[in-house]
Design a protein around this ligand. Structure first.
Ligand code: TYM
Length: 332
């Protein structure tokens, strides 16, 4: 059976983009794959995290997975820092990846901003750790939103270079799984920016903790243009805000964008936004509620994370033994 690995950073403000682009897809994959889902706390600290918030946000990512329908009995749910293989393999990959490859990473450029000299070394080496997350389990398929595509290409480059340099076939070349009608959900305030945990405006995103009123308020305030909805997807070209809201509706309703337009062609946003609000409250609202319910019992979440860490460590152990042998590390 092929293995799936994916992760979400516990950096707070989990949002609808994380859900539609990634977490929702995790659920269905459990049918056909052995799945490993991680709260990547070591990635989170590449930018400053308050320690108490980090702990709580790590539990929150686990709770969000479960609330969305990931079954902790069937799939593995754990925190990255609790399985040492991630850090160990990341170091080896730091010695495989080239500076030139990392220099091309758009996420680093975006996150480091103008003041690159002041970015953490961890933020720069972030993609090596991500490759280690996946390859410590020899996972072959990785469900993510579109923004992670470049990192997965780098994961393939690292695997290939490792295999070539050491003349082995240790690592598989991973396949990204990017699917659904909303693989890149955009900010509700600006259709040219992706919805993100770090946007200073709370109105830019719908979060797992939003209740009906805040979902309604955020969608009411969401930026749009003045035209009615078009008849075809072609008509959404050049209308990023409209395209975004139609994509969100389609993903939540499990429809194609065209099917949504078939229903709403000619409608004004004053009609479409309330319909979208109802749908979001119906489909996304209960997941947030369940996440909050799970968060009320952190000891229960911790038990799941602990059991997940033990199962994950057992899967990573033979891979790490093989890698160390290949690299030439002696056995203690
Ligand atoms: P992170 O925490 O930024 O996001 C978690 C997942 O949500 C997706 N996503 C989105 N999808 C659609 N629209 C959006 N606006 C949007 N924003 C985020 C992301 O693509 C991601 O799938 N580097 C990863 C975490 C990671 C990882 C891994 C993923 C670490 N190791 C190994 C896969 C495999 C990240 O920062 O995700």
């Amino acid at each position: 059976m092929s293995r799936i690995f994916s992760g979400v950073q516990p950096s707070g403000n989990l949002h609808l983009g994380n859900y539609l682009g990634a977490i929702r897809n995790f659920v269905g994959l459990q049918e056909d794959y052995e799945c490993i889902y991680c709260a990547v706390d070591m990635h989170a600290i590449t930018v400053w995290q308050d320690p108490a918030d980090l702990r709580s946000n790590t539990r929150e990512v686990a709770a969000a997975y479960i609330a969305a329908g990931v079954d902790p009995k069937r799939s593995i749910i754990f925190a990255q820092s609790t399985v040492a293989a991630h850090a160990e393999l990341a170091w080896i990959f730091n010695c495989v990846a080239r500076l030139g490859w990392l220099n091309r990473m758009t996420q680093f450029k975006e996150k480091a901003g103008k003041n690159r000299e002041n970015a953490s070394v961890g933020l720069y080496a972030y993609p090596s750790l991500m490759a280690a997350d996946i390859l410590a389990y020899k996972a072959t398929h990785v469900p993510v939103g579109e923004d992670q595509k470049q990192h997965l290409e780098l994961t393939r480059d690292i695997a290939q270079k490792f295999n070539n340099d050491y003349e082995t076939e240790t690592f598989p070349l991973v396949e990204p799984l990017i699917f659904g009608a909303a693989t890149r959900v955009m900010s509700l305030r600006d259709g040219s920016k992706k919805m993100s945990k770090s946007d200073p405006s709370d109105y830019s995103r719908i979060t797992f903790t939003d209740d009906r009123d805040s979902i309604a308020k955020k969608l009411r305030k969401a930026r749009t243009d003045a035209d009615p909805l078009p008849e075809t997807e072609e008509g959404l070209k050049g209308r990023p805000e409209a395209a975004n809201l139609v994509g969100i509706y389609a993903a939540l309703a499990d429809l194609s964008k065209q099917a949504v337009l078939d229903e709403f062609a000619g409608a004004a946003f004053s009609t479409f936004k309330p319909a979208l609000t109802e749908l979001a409250v119906e489909k996304f609202g209960p997941i947030g509620e369940e996440m909050k319910r799970l968060m009320a019992d952190p000891a229960h979440v911790d038990t799941i994370l602990k059991e997940g860490a033990e199962r994950a460590a057992a899967l990573a152990a033979p891979v790490m033994a093989e890698v160390k042998e290949v690299v030439g590390f002696i056995r203690p």
